[in-house]
Design a protein around this ligand. Structure first.
Ligand code: FES
Length: 127
């Protein structure tokens, strides 16, 4: 899967919201550092977190087993399954939140915002 990624930590600086329709267009025009915005190719045997790490990025994580939500991403486009045995509620899944340590997008392309662990409410899940 070809994944376009964006760092949630730059949102404040730019006044962006996760619900902005043209979020990734704005990101692509914003001249962000490669750490904060870009594209990566996820290989078949990689989780999204591993794919980022294998390309030299330091995305947040802790347990690597679906139990803490430090590795949470917001899936803006595409599909990314969540295996059983994770901490996310249905409500978070419905809002597009996924755990990058557990899986990767299964669609040919996807857009994800990483570093969303500090979303209001989600941080309470963090152990
Ligand atoms: Fe803990 Fe992914 S690192 S849920």
């Amino acid at each position: 899967s070809r994944v376009e990624y964006l760092n949630y930590e730059v949102f404040d600086d730019h006044g962006w919201e996760l619900t902005d329709d043209d979020l990734f267009e704005k990101a692509s025009d914003a001249d962000l550092a490669p750490d904060d915005y870009g594209r990566l190719l996820v290989q078949q045997n990689e989780t999204l977190l591993e794919a980022a790490e294998n390309r030299g990025f330091a995305w947040p994580y802790s347990c690597r087993g679906g139990a803490c939500s430090n590795c949470a991403v917001a899936l803006v486009e595409g599909e990314m399954p969540t295996p059983a045995g994770h901490i996310l509620t249905e409500e978070w899944l419905d809002r597009g939140i996924r755990l990058s340590c557990l899986s990767a997008p299964v669609t040919e392309s996807a857009k994800v915002v990483y570093n969303v662990k500090q979303l209001p409410g989600l941080e309470e899940l963090i152990l």
